[in-house]
Design a binder for this molecule. Structure first.
Ligand code: GLY
Ligand code: MN
Length: 435
């Protein structure tokens, strides 16, 4: 039985729909792969957010009825010859009784019924997983052309549901915050395990195995994204996923991994000395990134824009690069010229939720960045990456890459670090790894 949360989301979202609009939301498709035989399914996040329905190959239609909105669900039919392979399907009776659909039909009926439903509506609000969904909508609209003389004008406007729905998804409900908290806790515990398992001579994938084991052991469904276990110079590749190199005594390892728990993502990065002790050069770069991260987190409060936080990180990283001697010149000039870019080339973070890089515009108008609000969740993940190929750097820095990432909930007065369970000070990391 789904919670009232979904009914409430539908109610809130449908209030934003024009008088003459109808809503069509596609579930994700079964990732059939006959060669692979068994594939993991992940629901479309917009579809899941609105319906709580976890099955593939479904279409939700919301249409104004005589009194209020009606929710019509097209989904897989229960077929014993399929269920013997995949397990029980929800089917149409349960869709009505437990998932709140007012009417439910087998998916095969969609193409015959949906053109009739969209007839006489001017706007179709929709999502897509791929081109096929888009083509389907267009084919339904096209099938109505030629009926104008019977008094039916086919819909003329297609509107992405993201415009309103993603605004809702940005502001997490208490129920969502509980799930994100849990994803963060599981991710943090797994990072702690990896910290304890880390030692010279093992391969990157051995740390990956520790993390993934701990995710599943704690009830997580999978890593929320491909784990990044980047030893030594690999840390200078932001999305390094090969994870097969030997971890060498004296190098750092950057671990950027988070779990997916009940559809919600955690996302944590820690950078560790493989042998448990930072060298002087590693310590200096690490502290520079940590001080930047702490200062940005301190600045988070309702009303500040995400871009102001990013700019603060650019300025602080530039200051640190000057102190380390990796940049020379005047702070202001270097910030304006973006001289930090070879060392810090990404943004300060991203929204987090049902998706790791969650939905929601960062800029709400051409010249206006979004202000953060209580209930928003995002990552703060500055880094310094010193690729050995950057010319003119002292070789003591070459190949050091550090990123430190935590997940943040904006509160009424500031913020809460949801991933505080994994240590990040030099002392705490060294003491944990050496004991
Ligand atoms: N955790 C990977 C990223 O944020 O890009
Ligand atoms: Mn991230």
């Amino acid at each position: 039985m789904i919670s009232n949360e979904y009914k409430e989301r539908q109610r809130k979202f449908l209030k934003t729909i024009n008088d003459n609009g109808i809503v069509i939301v596609f579930a994700a498709k079964d990732p059939k792969d006959h060669q692979k035989a068994v594939c993991k399914f992940r629901q479309n996040s917009d579809f899941y957010y609105l319906t709580g329905f976890e099955e593939s190959d479904a279409i939700a239609v919301f249409i104004r009825g005589r009194k209020s909105w009606e929710y019509i669900l097209f989904s897989q039919e229960k077929k014993p010859e399929i269920e013997v392979w995949t397990g029980k399907k929800i089917g149409q009776i349960q869709a009505r009784e437990e998932y709140g659909a007012d009417q439910a039909f087998p998916l095969e009926k969609a193409t015959a019924m949906i053109p009739e439903l969209i007839k006489s509506h001017q706007q179709i609000y929709f999502n897509t997983n791929d081109h096929e969904d888009y083509e389907l909508i267009l084919s339904w609209v096209r099938s109505l052309q030629g009926q104008e003389r019977q008094g039916f004008n086919p819909p003329l406007e297609l509107i992405d549901i993201g415009k309103e729905l993603h605004e809702m998804r940005m502001r997490k409900s208490p129920e969502e915050i509980l799930l994100i908290r849990k994803a963060c806790e599981i991710s943090a515990a797994a990072h702690l395990r990896a910290m304890k398992a880390c030692k010279p001579g093992i391969r990157e994938y051995e740390l990956e195995a520790e993390l993934v084991y701990d995710f599943l052991r704690q009830g997580g469904s999978a890593p929320a994204f491909e784990p990044i276990i980047a030893g030594g110079v690999n840390a200078c590749i932001l999305h390094y996923t090969k994870n097969d190199m030997l971890l060498k005594d004296g190098d750092l390892v950057l671990i950027d991994v988070g779990v997916e728990y009940k559809h919600y993502a955690g996302d944590i990065t820690r950078t560790l000395p493989i042998n448990g002790k930072f060298s002087l050069a590693q310590r200096a770069v690490y502290q520079a990134v940590l001080d930047t991260q702490l200062a940005v987190i301190k600045a988070i409060k309702p009303g500040i824009t995400w871009f102001e936080l990013h700019q603060l990180s650019e300025r602080l990283i530039t200051e640190k690069l000057l102190t380390l001697g990796l940049l020379q010149g005047k702070l202001e000039d270097l910030v304006v010229a973006k001289a930090f870019k070879p060392f810090y080339m990404h943004f300060i973070g991203h929204w987090l939720g049902l998706d790791v890089h969650d939905v929601g515009f960062y800029k709400i108008k051409e010249d206006q960045w979004r202000k953060v609000e209580p209930g928003m969740v995002f990552t703060v993940e500055p880094g310094i990456y010193i690729d050995p190929e950057i010319s003119g750097i002292d070789k003591k820095w070459a190949g050091i890459g550090v990123r430190i990432e935590d997940d943040i909930l904006v509160t009424e007065n500031g913020c809460e670090v949801l991933t505080a369970g994994v240590p990040k000070s030099i002392e705490a990391i060294e003491s944990l790894m050496q004991n």
